[in-house]
Design a protein around this ligand. Structure first.
Ligand code: CO
Length: 298
């Protein structure tokens, strides 16, 4: 293209932009009356396909409602696999993006989104990206504040260690506890090792292992043996006692943690109670929600 033609195009584009810019304030004057602020809360759980596990999520939801009377609390499942699976059983759950756009359509202008995940991994970073996208959307929210997962800051790790220990069964000598985390290849997997250290500072008989990453059950078996543990309490380190807890942890299959421990001479005792159903731990998620709501103020 000849340079004079380029110049002509540029100046036409500039004039168009200029006239748009000049027109905007007067459009705003006519139609842009700021919407009345309306606050809401969105809790985002990974989700579960196990009906009995839903109670833990419901309990977190009612605690959020109790902490913020009058503020509507909505729920979304971040896992598409879970959403699709339960949809086949007639249960409809929204994705975080769907829930936020529904809330925008209902006139919510400020939403605190609280992650009910254990660590700030992929699911959490997806929430951040979704929140950012929704915040910038025309007629979207004016403000979205996102609350951190359970095991995020060093302070969280210490608080979670204390809270988890407070909910454990009374144990005699020779009894140990193994918490089953999910595990991920995301760098946030380091939170499990940090929690392990915080637990060991307080109680050397409580272990953390993960289903899908490190530390694995195999990693902690030598230490369990060295301690002379005979009974091993198994608990999910997840908000709900869902599929992983029921099958990979407590199931009858040969490769479940209960079966592996039995084959190594331990007596496994599985507790199918998610962290969301343990009040001392649930409180920490609600404290993070409180921070997220505060985040809407500035
Ligand atoms: Co999984």
């Amino acid at each position: 293209m000849r340079s004079s033609a380029v110049r002509a195009l540029w100046s036409a584009a500039f004039l168009t932009l200029l006239s748009l810019a000049l027109a905007l304030p007067c459009l705003a004057g006519e139609h842009g009356k700021a919407a009345e602020p309306k606050r809401g809360i969105l809790l985002v759980s990974f989700g579960t396909s196990v009906p009995e596990a839903v109670a833990a999520i419901d309990s977190l939801k009612s605690q959020a409602e109790a902490a913020f009377p009058g503020v509507p609390v909505r729920l979304a499942y971040s896992s598409k696999i879970i959403r699709d699976k339960i949809a086949g059983e007639g249960i409809k759950k929204s994705s975080p993006a769907q829930a936020l756009s529904d809330m925008a359509a209902e006139g919510f202008t400020e939403v605190a989104v609280q992650s009910l995940h254990a660590i700030p991994g992929h699911e959490f970073h997806d929430i951040i990206a979704t929140a950012k996208a929704m915040e910038g959307m025309p007629k979207g929210m004016s403000k979205i504040s996102v609350g951190l997962p359970l095991l995020s800051t060093p302070h969280d790790i210490d608080a979670a260690a204390e809270a988890i220990l407070a909910t454990l069964p009374k144990r005699a000598k020779g009894e140990a506890v193994v918490l089953m985390g999910h595990g991920t290849e995301h760098p946030a997997n380091a939170a499990y090792a940090a929690l392990q250290l915080a637990l060991w500072k307080r109680d050397q008989s409580v272990f953390v292992a993960t289903v899908e990453s490190s530390p694995s059950l195999e990693d902690i078996l030598p230490a369990l043996k060295r301690q002379g543990a005979r009974t091993v309490h198994l608990l999910p380190l997840m908000s709900v006692a869902g599929d992983h807890a029921r099958n990979d942890m407590a199931g009858d299959e040969d490769d479940s943690w209960a079966s592996i421990l039995k084959s190594k001479g331990f007596t496994p005792k599985a507790q199918l109670t998610g962290l969301g159903s343990r009040p001392a731990v649930a409180k920490l998620w609600i404290a993070h929600l409180q921070d997220a709501v505060k985040g809407l103020d500035h």
